[in-house]
Design a protein around this ligand. Structure first.
Ligand code: NAD
Length: 307
């Protein structure tokens, strides 16, 4: 069976926009839709593809539906809205970082219509979505995954098959748990170091040449925290959601999660302190506030030991 080329892409936000762009560039017939008025038209003008003015009709006319939405709640609402367009043989790929249990429930409901649901959340952020280098973690039927493989390869370079539907999303939440913990620890180390009199820029260089290196020390500290830009394109609320999913998976399977729970608590506290619309890298301001410092500002209290 040939690979499907018609895709209805729902949710063209920070990630969905560049991902749908990659599909258009790969030669797919892409119809886009977003809750923000005018965004789909802007997309079609900038990238080609079609703005789906009638979403149910756009779904009916294509074989694959991709959702890239904030939460599983949004996906559930969208699926209810397009139910009239879904038919036997459709493949719905939820690429959002969703909740495995919710995705499994959607998959079960839609299976009675002959619709196959796959989950394929991604990692790599906006920069790797633009270059088509995302890491994609898939869950679901192997044959359906074979069919949509060319679509996934237009958006990502590493495509992992994790297990049954929902397994990709469990993996994604756990990836972000590790990432969130690493970011918090790196920021706290910079705060301690600056209090001691170390330069956080120098510290970042040393961490990146040493065993303390992680994705945040390499790609976030200098770029978004020390620069004070806080504009990575991944929302603080979305990180809290991912950590909540990781804990939910732990709870569902009776896994002890003391450190993960503390980590989520810190991120949720930052979200409460900073308010809506924050980038996830702004959590550094929580650590700064607790210590009464601003990273990058000289606060030489003690100073390093002289040689
Ligand atoms: P975003 O908020 O930028 O985009 C979500 C888009 O969905 C918005 O444009 C919004 O208008 C649209 N939307 C919401 N409800 C809708 C509806 N009912 N119908 C149509 N459109 C609707 O979020 P994002 O950063 O693109 O993230 C999307 C998903 O990908 C999330 O699950 C997130 O956790 C995950 N993710 C994000 C990143 C990142 O770096 N931003 C990286 C990996 C994974």
């Amino acid at each position: 069976m040939s690979a499907p080329r018609g895709v209805c892409f729902i949710g063209i936000g920070n990630m969905g926009w560049p991902m749908a762009t990659r599909l258009v560039q790969s030669g797919c017939d892409v119809a886009v839709s977003d809750a923000v008025a005018g965004r789909a038209d802007q997309f079609a003008q900038a990238n080609g593809g079609t703005a789906a003015s009638d979403l149910v009709a756009a779904v009916k006319a294509r074989d694959v539906v991709i959702t890239m939405l904030p939460t599983s709640g949004h996906v559930e609402a969208v699926v209810a809205g397009i139910a009239g367009g879904l038919r036997q043989g459709h493949i719905l790929i939820d690429m959002s970082s969703g909740a495995p249990a919710a995705t499994r429930a959607i998959a079960e409901r839609l299976s009675s219509k002959g619709v196959i649901v796959l989950d394929a959340p991604v990692s790599g952020g906006v920069s790797r979505a633009i270059t088509g280098d995302l890491a994609i973690m898939t869950g679901g039927d192997a044959e359906a995954l074979d069919r949509v493989d060319p679509l996934l390869k237009a958006m990502g370079t590493t495509i992992h098959r994790i297990g049954a539907v929902g397994a990709g999303q469990a993996m994604k939440a756990l990836n972000n748990l590790v990432s969130a913990g690493g970011f918090l620890m790196a920021v706290e180390a910079l705060v301690i170091g600056q209090q001691f009199g170390l330069d956080p820029h120098v510290m970042t260089d040393v961490l990146n040449a040493s065993t303390g290196m992680n994705n945040s020390t390499q790609k976030k500290l200098r770029q978004f925290v020390l620069s004070r830009k806080f504009d990575s394109g991944f929302g603080l609320d979305l990180m809290v959601k991912d950590l909540s999913i990781a804990l939910e998976v732990g709870r569902d399977h009776a896994a002890p999660t003391p450190l993960s729970a503390l980590c989520r608590e810190m991120w949720a506290s930052a979200a409460a302190m900073l308010g809506k619309g924050q980038d996830h890298t702004a959590i550094a301001k929580l650590s700064e506030a607790m210590a009464g410092v601003t990273l990058g500002e000289a606060t030489k209290k003690v100073g390093p030991t002289k040689a």
